[in-house]
Design a protein around this ligand. Sequence first.
Ligand code: PGA
Length: 259
Amino acid sequence: MRKTIIAANWKMHLNTHQASLFLHKLDQKVAAHRDVITVLCPNMLALQSLSLQINHRKFKLGAQNCFWRDEGPFTGEVSATMLHGVVQYVIVGHSERRHGFGETDADVRQKVQAVIRNRMVPIICVGETAGERANGETKDVLHGQVTAALANVTSDEIDQIVIAYEPVWAIGSGQSASPNDALDAISFIRGQIKALYGAAAAEAIHILYGGSVDNHNATGYLGSKGIDGLLVGGASLKANVFSSIVEQAHAKHDKKSVK
Ligand code: PGA
């Protein structure tokens, strides 16, 4: 049975000092569970110091972005090569990167390759805008984004990938997708993985939901067998709320395994 992944996207919050204090708080509140992988994604600058302080049995570290070339004249960028050894996960193609910084499907594909090449796990974000949803284009958009992101991923590499379904309209809006809608989109993506890589790959891959998740609505997603975890933004900055989501993941996991 797939483990549950609960990933915290701190976005551009918490400087290095604040991130250390917050990590300390989380360490006191979040328990280690063998069935839950808890991934913390602070800003780039905080990663190195957190990697030295973190309880690696309890938490994994992730970057929020990376550049796709390994080195070179790319002022201001941080490569996956540089992240190797510091983080285990890298978020790729978050909607704030796609829509705020003009990141294209081609960029996402190259970044996915860079992360795999450097032996980390990409958390690939896909999702439709409100307009696309209103036009009934959700599945077309998901199909296009998944196809592009995985274009160069081989069948040997597919089990090193995490996908997060994050509808753009749900991110930071307080308007989360219903668990049924999230499951519908995630099942569609899993079907696409099956068509591309076969049934075993579709069964193995982790597909998460993200978008206005908090401690009140988390349980609705976690109770679903097809939803393998959550990517949490705003609510991950509150230690009590985030630790409650991790606990719910563990509790729901127990129930799912006895079904
Ligand atoms: P949110 O962000 O939980 O604040 O909606 C989720 C994300 O951006 O990954």
